[in-house]
Design a protein around this ligand. Structure first.
Ligand code: FCB
Length: 478
């Protein structure tokens, strides 16, 4: 039996725009994803987050299902335009009420809520003023964070500020694949700095409000490997690491952007708009780091790529329906690398007397990853496959052996990383439900639970039942 540490938290994750629907209900304002999905050609199947999984109306039933599956935690995000329909002014009480009820419902079901404050649905009104390219948007995010923390902070103990700032900045503002669909390197770099600033402001506010609990950020991290032994490919893999992971990890843990990445951008007349005090704010110690891991990147040098000189090529392993290579070992590599490179040096700098935190669910003599001042939580991991709903003996079923193998492989990788000392405190499978997969629309299914969109029926896939057993046993077969 590969047992997981005491206190290790098992959950699933979603985000507001991907599951809620009801995009016009109860005073919700327009978000950049409402606007983006309405533009022809942006989304593979021409769909939008309406009605998604209709979770805004079906949340009670969804919590019951979580409970039936034995889930211990649920990660969801706050829809910013439900709280601030125009991005500023007075908060919309109906929006806050929704999340208030959701949190109470989860706690009644003994499910720990993990709240993401920003999972990509910026109010369109703020985009109209410049969006994340504008420094003031970070201040508006702080307002959102304070409003939500004041309302939910007595019950929510786990918070994420921003989900995947690389994706927001670069897929949204350089590659144009995500809202707001821009293509400009300087803008993407500005945006990345403002997202980090927003994180720092929210974390500072969290400390000022003196709330119990922990706050972190989720980064999309990959393992990187050069496509060949050619020096330029080796260098490209190093560059990818610095431009994608280091660009966020270094400011957060070391208070500076990586020199190589800065030099690369400076050569393209691009610089993050750092003002005095920003990096100190960004590098305030956080209480955990969220790691989203799906695949590795096999990196080739590509001189025709104007912004990064990088091209990701297909790896040798099997791929999911996203075309992402299944490479569980990469998760172990990422966790041990982050631990060694970022957590351990910072821990060494903290006086032993101030290391332990009071609310830690620490367990007896066994060291708990929650005792670490900045544990790692896998806030997303999962796979899309072309699932089919079949009727067998009057029952609806979805057999998804590939997803089970994917999840199991990654849980084994986490277990390995734990043996090597990485303080991993929890795992959130992406996703609880099939949902709106951004530019791919509804053409990709990531859920442990199948959603039959025409009827909105939920059918737990074989992987959901498998995960229920993993949770019940708190581990895997050796
Ligand atoms: C991540 C996103 C999440 C989901 C998965 C598949 O990048 O955070 O919303 O779309 O990918």
């Amino acid at each position: 039996m590969l047992a997981f540490p005491e206190g290790f938290l098992w959950g699933t994750a979603t985000s507001a725009y991907q599951v809620e629907g009801s995009t016009r209900a109860d005073g919700r304002g327009e978000s950049i994803w409402d606007r983006f999905t309405a533009e022809p050609g942006r989304i593979d199947d021409g769909s939008s987050g309406e009605p998604a999984c209709d979770h805004y109306r079906r949340w009670r039933e969804d919590i019951q299902l979580m409970q039936a599956l034995g889930l211990q935690a649920y990660r969801f995000s706050i829809s910013w335009p439900r709280i601030y329909p125009t991005g500023e002014g007075a908060p919309n009480p109906a929006g806050l009420d929704f999340y208030d009820r959701l949190v109470d419902g989860l706690l009644d079901a003994q499910i720990e809520p993990l709240v993401t404050l920003y999972h990509w649905d910026l109010p369109q009104a703020l985009q109209a003023q410049g969006g994340w390219a504008r420094r003031e948007t970070a201040a508006r995010f702080r307002d959102l964070a304070v409003t939500v923390m004041e309302r939910l902070g007595d019950r929510v103990k786990l918070w994420l500020t921003i989900n995947e700032p690389w994706v927001v900045a670069f897929l949204g503002h350089l590659y144009g694949e995500h809202a707001p669909g821009l293509r400009d390197l300087a803008t993407a770099v500005r945006v990345s700095h403002h997202l980090l600033l927003a994180h720092g402001l929210a974390l500072q506010a969290f400390r000022q409000l003196n709330l119990p609990g922990r706050m972190g950020i989720s980064l999309d991290l990959h393992a990187y490997v050069p496509a060949s032994s050619a020096p330029e490919d080796q260098e490209a893999a190093q560059r990818a690491l610095a431009l994608e992971s280091g660009w966020f990890l270094d400011p957060l843990f070391r208070g500076r952007y990586p020199d190589t990445a800065l030099a690369w951008y400076q050569a393209r007349q691009v610089e993050p708009p750092v003002e005095p005090g920003d990096l100190e704010l960004i590098a305030q110690p956080m209480d955990f780091l969220g790691v989203n891991y799906y695949t590795r990147h096999v990196v080739a040098h590509d001189p025709s790529e104007p912004w990064t000189g990088i091209r990701n090529v297909a790896g040798p392993g099997p791929v999911t329906a996203m075309g992402w290579e299944v490479y569980p070992q990469g998760l172990q590599e990422v966790l041990t690398w982050v631990h060694r490179t970022y957590l351990a040096p910072r821990l060494a700098a903290v006086p032993a007397s101030s290391r332990a935190r009071e609310e830690v669910p620490s367990a007896g003599s066994q060291p708990s990853p929650w005792d670490h001042p900045c544990p790692l939580i896998i806030t997303e991991n999962g796979a899309a496959y072309p699932d089919e709903l079949v009727e067998e003996g009057g029952e609806l079923r979805v057999a998804d052996p590939e997803r089970i193998a994917y999840l199991e492989g990654h849980l084994r990788a986490i277990w390995q990383a734990l043996q090597e000392g990485a303080p991993v405190a929890g795992y959130f499978a992406w996703s609880f439900l099939d949902n709106f997969e951004w530019a791919r629309g509804y053409t990709r299914r990531f859920g442990l639970v199948y959603v039959d969109y025409p009827t909105q029926r939920r059918i737990p896939k074989a992987s959901a039942l498998w995960y229920r057993d993993v949770i019940a046993r708190h581990g895997l077969d050796a």
